[in-house]
Design a protein around this ligand. Structure first.
Ligand SMILES: NC(=O)c1ccc[n+]([C@@H]2O[C@H](COP(=O)([O-])OP(=O)(O)OC[C@H]3O[C@@H](n4cnc5c(N)ncnc54)[C@H](O)[C@@H]3O)[C@@H](O)[C@H]2O)c1
Length: 366
């Protein structure tokens, strides 16, 4: 069976499984949460989104794709146990996916360590507490963890059950605590938690254009009349990271929720590409120029001519950066059959096309 037909078979199994199910997505206006919502709406699930920011002006697929009337929206803080408990107890969710987090970038976590721990660790504890004491028991309580829980890499790849967890940055440690507590709630209380340590995701719907590498590069290349070169910090010139297209990440999460044998366990997310940050940005520049050439050849040449800019950080940073991050994704593949279906370059092309349309619509509107 070729990859495409196996993905379409998988999609129809997942559609049947989630159709009509009550689902809670925390952080549902964010990048991953809104992409999950989009797919689960297509599958006919009964979706509630909990988020701090739920306004019509919030940059989110929920707004840009006109999905507000297809979901129930609850504005609130996962750090508020009373609210989370009431919502979970009253609603009887079958699946709970927790994406709410102070997650823009690690720089933001350093500026607000207390808020980071409250949202990223205690928010998850609140979700688990609410699910543990709920009259109707959820089948899956999912946490989006991160490869950053492992800290600096010693060998060739991080492995779930043998690599020590040594994340020490503020964001990394807050996620690490949540990640470990997920296992605790399964072992001690039998709560069906599933934890996924995710790599860098990219694709349409990431509106964190101020800070995150790919959305920020997209903004530089596409937001204004004259393209600006994407920026690379000098201290990240030799960094290597894993990258995966968002649709594949959503598939992996849904497959984990579907496979009952995955409950109570921790998985790494398999990437489509492990590469250096300069290579990522150079590939992005070439693909952006390629896409632009069909519309405006002069602008395409300008993008190529600009290339990328290497910048030195102006202030001394308290951010602890990890040089190399690479996840061994074989445990996830063995448990669910998951393999990335969208190649890295194809994912970048789709990303460029989506941002191009988005920024163009903003320019037309202004
Ligand atoms: N995007 C990635 O590449 C990536 C990689 C690894 C792990 N993750 C994890 O995946 C999750 C989602 O990330 P994302 O990229 O969608 O981030 P995001 O910043 O786009 O979305 C997070 C959402 O959570 C909401 N939120 C923040 N604090 C909240 C609170 N206290 N109560 C309720 N809502 C709150 C925000 O308003 C936002 O809509 C996070 O837990 C993050 O740690 C993301």
């Amino acid at each position: 069976m070729n990859a495409l037909s196996s993905v379409s078979k998988e999609t129809s199994v997942l559609r049947d499984y989630f159709h009509g199910s009550k689902v809670l997505i925390t952080g549902g206006f964010g990048f991953v949460g809104s992409n999950m919502a989009k797919t689960l709406i297509e599958f006919g699930a009964d979706i509630t989104l909990l988020d701090l920011r739920t306004g019509e002006d919030v940059g989110s697929l929920i707004n840009t794709l006109g999905l507000r009337d297809k979901v129930r929206i609850v504005q609130g803080d996962v750090g508020d146990l009373t609210l989370v408990r009431q919502l979970v107890h009253e609603s009887g969710f079958r699946f709970i996916f927790n994406f709410a987090a102070y997650a823009t970038v690690i720089e933001k976590a350093v500026e607000a360590p207390y808020d980071t721990v409250m949202a990223n660790t205690m928010g998850w504890v609140n979700v688990m507490e609410a699910a543990r004491t709920a009259p109707v028991k959820a089948e899956v309580v999912f946490l989006s963890s991160t490869d950053k829980v492992y800290g600096e890499m010693d060998g060739h790849a991080y492995q779930e059950d043998t690599t020590p967890l040594r994340g020490i940055g503020v964001y990394d440690a807050a996620k690490l605590a949540a990640d470990v507590l997920g296992k605790t709630y399964f072992e001690v209380f039998g709560l069906p938690t599933v934890v996924l340590r995710m790599c860098n995701l990219f694709g349409p719907g990431d509106f964190n254009t101020e800070y995150r590498l790919i959305p920020k590069a997209m903004r530089n290349l596409l937001a204004s009349d004259t393209p600006v070169a994407p920026e690379l910090y000098f201290d990240s010139i030799d960094h290597q990271r894993d990258y995966l297209y968002i649709e594949d990440a959503v598939r992996a999460i849904l497959l984990l929720a579907y496979h009952k044998g995955c409950r109570g366990d921790v998985f790494n997310l398999r990437a489509a590409k492990y590469t250096t940050t300069p290579h990522l940005l150079k590939t992005l520049v070439h693909i952006a120029a390629d896409v632009e050439r069909e519309h405006d050849p002069r602008r395409a040449e300008q993008i190529i001519h600009n290339g990328i800019t290497i910048k030195v950080r102006e202030t001394e940073s308290k951010v602890i950066t990890i040089k190399n991050q690479h996840l061994d994704g074989s445990k996830l593949t063995l448990a669910t059959g998951f393999e990335p279906a969208v190649e890295f370059e194809e994912g970048l092309r789709r990303t460029v096309e989506a941002y191009r349309m988005y920024f163009q619509s903003l320019r037309i509107a202004s």
